[in-house]
Design a protein around this ligand. Structure first.
Ligand SMILES: [Fe+2]
Length: 201
């Protein structure tokens, strides 16, 4: 972990609101597939790391960086935000046998852009994914695409936001009720720490 003092880059305001484009009267709204265009994420929202001791990681990042606990599910997963306005989580931790990267999350303009990004990646051969769906903790719409080394990049839209003058009411959510509101069931390769060497067969 390298800590560098730099200007604040986390957003001062929530990301773009989920508002579908106006429906033109008398003709279809959807573009042809070839005219759908490419999706360009606007910024990094958060990173989720594996940790062998989630409460200890939360304690360290609270004490060392001043991050604040947003929400958690027992000792299995925890989400932390910045004290000076940030998304619901900038950094999150999930229980594993050791350290590793689970995913980086990238803000896009709309739910439609999540679908377009997923489709483009599938067309390019990246079909191992989870989504589209909506999370409970953080509330964002998501689709995760697996990268060649086993971790994921998340298209994210409409995540909860914690303004600087608001004290977020942290909660301990039951795990089975907090993973996602709706969406396909996660594939078995979704919660795997690929940075831990697989046991010899
Ligand atoms: Fe995420």
């Amino acid at each position: 972990m390298q800590v560098v003092a730099a200007p604040k880059v986390s957003p001062e305001e929530p990301g773009p609101a989920a508002s579908p484009p106006a429906h033109p009267a008398g003709r279809g709204a959807a573009p042809g597939r070839s005219g759908a265009g490419r999706v360009h994420p606007q910024r990094l929202s958060h990173v989720l790391l594996f940790s062998s001791d989630v409460p200890r990681s939360v304690h360290f990042y609270s004490e060392a960086l001043g991050l604040r606990l947003s929400d958690r599910s027992g000792d299995v997963i925890a989400f932390m935000h910045g004290a000076h306005a940030s998304d619901h989580h900038m950094l999150a931790f999930a229980k594993s046998g050791g350290p590793g990267l689970h995913h980086s999350s990238w803000v896009v303009e709309s739910i439609d852009e999540i679908g377009l990004g997923m489709q483009h990646m599938a067309d390019c051969g990246y079909v191992r994914s989870w989504g589209v769906g909506r999370h409970v903790i953080g509330s964002n719409y998501f689709c995760y695409i697996q990268d060649p080394w086993g971790s994921f990049a998340e298209y994210s839209h409409d995540i909860d936001f914690v303004p600087a003058d608001v004290e977020w009411q942290s909660a301990d959510h039951p795990l089975e009720d907090s993973f996602y509101v709706w969406g396909p069931p996660p594939p078995d390769y979704f919660i795997v720490n690929h940075e831990i060497a697989a046991p010899a067969a």
